[in-house]
Design a protein around this ligand. Structure first.
Ligand SMILES: Nc1ncnc2c1ncn2[C@@H]1O[C@H](COP(=O)(O)OP(=O)(O)OP(=O)(O)O)[C@@H](O)[C@H]1O
Ligand SMILES: [Mg+2]
Length: 270
């Protein structure tokens, strides 16, 4: 059955006199019941965000269905909204510019009954911010525009985690942070899976980080899934020309990371 699944989803934008964009053409993607990380890799415009928005129930597909634990998200919308959380590519649009950051964290904690009082919610919010490397005292009282993109991204991650989801859809969650922070955040995503049993859809342009943390890599080109498999299989024997080009563009291995490629690097890069 799968935890969350998109079945044969298509999405066409435009029409009615405007040019049509076929953003998704019959895409199926399912997360297994057991905790796992699926990386969705693809170039700009390949349909990744559109697929995530449809998975999250934010966008109605032109065709196809989404199932969460075998039922449409609308079957139990409150449960779906709590158990399936998102971190977006552009976190600015998610925050209400007129409210301070603390409200974005405290309100959902109260609404979902995860904190009994505002004080308790503030306490949890502070701990959540610390977990993603932010100083609560410097973050909570601020308005969204007073923070950097990377800080906003981390607040989104803290918010998602505070709600103790079953599924986290993370669309380019580390695109706005520097390399060392990226490693820290990716490690925390990995821990969410291994320690808390949370399943993650990790959207990225970056095959390197996908290889590092994913159990499965799905490659999208032009609104279609062109390749899907274990990271080793995708890296060692890519079948689609786009994946081959991506593998060729992966930087030389960092000696601290076990790539498992060894002497085959030349062959893979060819
Ligand atoms: N609301 C919309 N109206 C019209 N076209 C759209 C809309 N949303 C997305 N598209 C188009 O659908 C295609 C897929 O866009 P999408 O945002 O899903 O790509 P993406 O893989 O997330 O790209 P990126 O890596 O740049 O984030 C693009 O051609 C885009 O222009
Ligand atoms: Mg996108």
């Amino acid at each position: 059955m799968g935890l969350i699944a998109a079945r044969d989803v298509s999405m066409t934008f435009g029409g009615f006199g405007r040019p049509e964009t076929h953003a998704l053409k019959g895409v199926s993607l399912a997360l297994p019941d057991e905790p796992s990380i699926v990386a969705v890799v693809g170039q700009s415009g390949s349909g990744k965000t559109t697929l995530m928005r449809i998975l999250l129930g934010l966008q109605e597909p032109t065709a196809g269905t989404v199932l969460y634990r075998g039922a449409p998200p609308g079957a139990d919308p409150a449960r779906f909204r709590r158990e399936v959380q998102a971190v977006f590519q552009d976190p600015f649009g998610v925050f209400n510019p007129f409210y301070r950051v603390d409200r974005a964290l405290v309100l959902p904690l109260m609404r979902f009954g995860l904190a009994g009082s505002k004080g308790e919610a503030m306490d949890l919010a502070s701990r959540g911010l610390e977990a993603v490397g932010l100083r609560p005292a410097e973050t909570l009282g601020r308005f969204p525009h007073q923070l950097s993109g990377g800080q906003r991204q981390r607040i989104m991650i803290a918010r998602a985690l505070l709600l103790k989801p079953q599924v986290l859809v993370a669309d380019e969650p580390v695109s706005m942070v520097d390399a060392s922070l990226r490693a820290t955040i990716l490690e925390s995503l990995w821990k969410l899976k291994t320690e808390r049993g949370i399943s993650i859809v990790y959207v990225t342009h970056d095959l390197t980080t996908a290889y590092q943390i994913a159990d499965r890599i799905v490659v999208m080109v032009g609104g279609e899934i062109v390749e899907s498999g274990a990271p080793e299989a995708v890296i060692h024997s890519p079948s689609h020309p786009y994946t081959k080009a991506l593998v060729g563009a992966v930087p030389p291995p960092d000696p601290s990371v076990d790539w498992g490629l060894e002497d085959e690097t030349d062959e893979v890069a060819a």
